[in-house]
Design a protein around this ligand. Structure first.
Ligand code: FRU
Length: 477
């Protein structure tokens, strides 16, 4: 008995240590896992007046995805999240190597969760297979897998066919799936339909890579936006070209038109990157009850080994963003207006000249800048202690580019930006992340960075602004 108590005490002690993540890089108002590993957003939906977000989750380690589960959280305002019990374990024969990504639709007070059951076959060729599965929840917490899973086998498209995104149009259910074909050399998106959510038939190929767009398209999403259709996906294997496609994998979109009577998609523009920073991947959108198309993404990238892993967690989500389409065919992204609910104290600086400094509170703030677009602008987010520049932001008025440099190898990301009128920039800092929204949201740059203590904003010596406003953002977790 004594021994048992001793063992239990030791176990409890270690589980406590393990459960406690170090605060320094842990986000104050972005969703991150309670501990362990997080990747893609999954099953984003509104259920009984609350937003639910599931995610790829390894509760056992922050170092690697392991055999992935579905983690789960809910929120009324997309900022104050409540962690819920793990929604799905890889506990069935058909998903034993991972409950991979997927999406949700809500009907008759029931969540229908579609996901990919991943099964490894070590030493065989191909060494894995993927099938689409269904699970349901009526209370928004307990998830039950459909007894006759999988619902979609896709024999002819193995072994990489995954990440179902499902929606309903009139009396038909639609599902897009990411796929690799031509011996894993080309990526594409397949379209399936169903009348009952159980029996699925392939009806078309939405679009496919001609080589330039890589060997596999992950996490496809397909939706109407301001009169056109958007194919949003994460292609793997796109080669860097100048300032473009510099991440390990990309996330971007093709604007086009879709005909429901023939299931054909006609692109009207080339692939464009959704974000120009280092760390936006595996997006998922919903249309919510207010009619807003909201996107959320994994705010991280594969194979980065960021230092937070040693603090007991890995990964987080971006700020949820409302999407619209500009006349020029570019997706505009704005933080959801609920961000108002976490604003705290404000510091205003008007007509500021170079060198102005505003220390941030708790490394969490919204920074708004208005400046003349005919001048260059240089801004630093740097450590208060060492004034070591951690991130620098530069607007180059001659070349009309905006850049972020987080230092180190491959620290620079740069893109064209043609501001209309004044330069208007909003920057969100949260412990180990920065999201920059330019103009109306026609350019965004989102990256992770890892400061060595409290940070401050400093205006470059030669820069001046009409207005600089720093607003503290409160903790929600
Ligand atoms: C994208 C992805 C998906 C897959 C999941 C596995 O990041 O590779 O294609 O379903 O992650 O965790």
């Amino acid at each position: 008995m004594r021994n048992l108590y001793a063992t239990l005490t030791v176990l409890l002690f270690f589980s406590r240590i393990y459960a406690e993540v170090n605060d320094r890089y842990y986000p104050r108002y972005h969703l991150a896992p309670p501990q362990g590993w997080m990747n893609d957003p999954n099953g984003f939906c509104e259920f009984k007046n609350e937003y639910h977000l599931f995610y790829q989750y390894n509760p056992n380690s922050s170092l690697a995805p392991g055999t992935i589960h579905w983690g789960h959280a809910k929120s009324k305002d997309l900022f104050h999240w409540e962690h819920l019990p793990i929604a799905m374990d890889p506990d069935q024969d058909y998903d034993r190597s991972g409950v991979f990504s997927g999406s949700a639709i809500v009907e008759n007070e029931t969540m229908y969760l579609f996901y990919t059951g991943h099964v490894n076959h070590p030493g065989q060729s191909p060494d894995h297979e993927e099938h689409q599965c269904l699970a349901t929840s009526t209370d928004g917490i307990t998830v039950t897998k459909y007894p006759n899973n999988p619902v979609l086998i896709g024999t002819e498209h193995q072994p990489d066919i995954r990440d179902p995104k499902v929606w309903k149009h009139l009396d038909t259910y639609y599902m897009v799936l990411g796929n690799s074909f031509n011996n894993n050399t080309l990526g594409r998106v397949l379209l399936y339909t169903s009348k009952d959510k159980i029996t699925w038939n392939q009806v078309s190929i939405i679009d496919e890579s001609d080589g330039f767009l890589g060997y596999m398209w992950e996490c496809p999403d397909f939706f109407e936006l301001d009169g056109h259709f958007i194919l949003l996906f994460s292609p793997q294997g796109v080669k860097p070209k100048g300032d473009k496609y510099r991440n390990l994998y990309q996330t971007g979109y093709i604007v086009g038109d879709f005909d429901y009577s023939t299931n054909t998609f006609k692109p009207i523009a080339k692939f464009q990157e959704l974000d120009h920073g280092h760390d936006v991947y595996a997006t998922q959108t919903i249309i919510d009850d207010l009619g807003r198309r909201i996107v959320i993404a994994w705010f991280d990238m594969w194979d980065q080994n960021y230092p937070e892993q040693l603090d007991g967690f890995n990964g987080q989500m971006t700020i949820p963003r409302v999407l619209s389409l500009s006349k020029e065919g570019r997706i505009i992204q704005k933080p959801v207006p609920e961000i108002k609910s976490i604003r705290g104290e404000r510091v205003h600086i008007r007509k500021s000249a170079g060198g102005a400094i505003v220390p941030l509170n708790d490394n969490a703030a919204e920074i708004s800048i208005t400046a003349r677009s005919s001048n260059n602008l240089e801004l630093f987010i740097e450590s208060q202690n060492s004034s070591k520049s951690t991130v620098s932001i530069n607007y180059d008025s001659r070349h009309r580019t905006i850049s972020l440099d987080r230092g180190g190898n491959d620290g620079l990301r740069r893109t064209e930006w043609q501001p209309k009128g004044d330069l208007k920039i909003k920057i969100y800092i949260d412990a180990s992340s920065i999201e920059i929204f330019c103009g109306r949201g026609e350019v965004t740059i989102s990256s992770r960075f890892f400061p060595d203590g409290p940070v401050q904003v400093r205006l470059g010596d030669k820069s001046s602004v009409k207005h600089l406003r720093v607003t503290n953002l409160n903790r929600t977790v």
